[in-house]
Design a protein. Structure first.
Length: 120
């Protein structure tokens, strides 16, 4: 009888004493967590959009350089296209080529660049 009482007593004591007290989160903590989550999502979306814009801008500038190259008399051959693809890889080259150069200067510049880079 004594043993029986001890077991039931100890099991009841153990279950109530060892269970942690649940703390309820304050409304302010929930609001701050929501704000942090929203901010993190916004940053991810903005970063993705900025990368897309940069990619679009580079593609546009390459296309513009190609138009200007053909306009100044660059032949539409595989070798010329390949040379332009190498020349216009660099943002600096694209910006420079689109600058205020005459048709003759653009054509001469491409020819000189091709000679210097063994792409004649």
């Amino acid at each position: 009888m004594n043993k029986r009482n001890k077991r039931s007593f100890s099991s009841t004591t153990r279950s109530t004493c060892t269970s942690p007290v649940k703390k309820s989160k304050s409304p302010m903590v929930k609001i701050v967590k929501d704000i942090a989550s929203t901010y993190k999502e916004s940053v991810a979306i903005n970063t993705k959009q900025m990368q897309q814009r940069a990619s679009d801008k580079a593609a546009f500038s390459v296309k513009r350089c190609q138009e200007l190259a053909f306009e100044c008399g660059v032949e539409k051959t595989v070798d010329s296209i390949y040379a332009m693809s190498k020349m216009f890889e660099s943002e600096y080259q694209r910006e420079f080529f689109c600058g205020q150069l005459s048709l003759d200067l653009r054509l001469g510049y491409i020819k000189k660049w091709c000679r210097d880079n063994n792409l004649e």
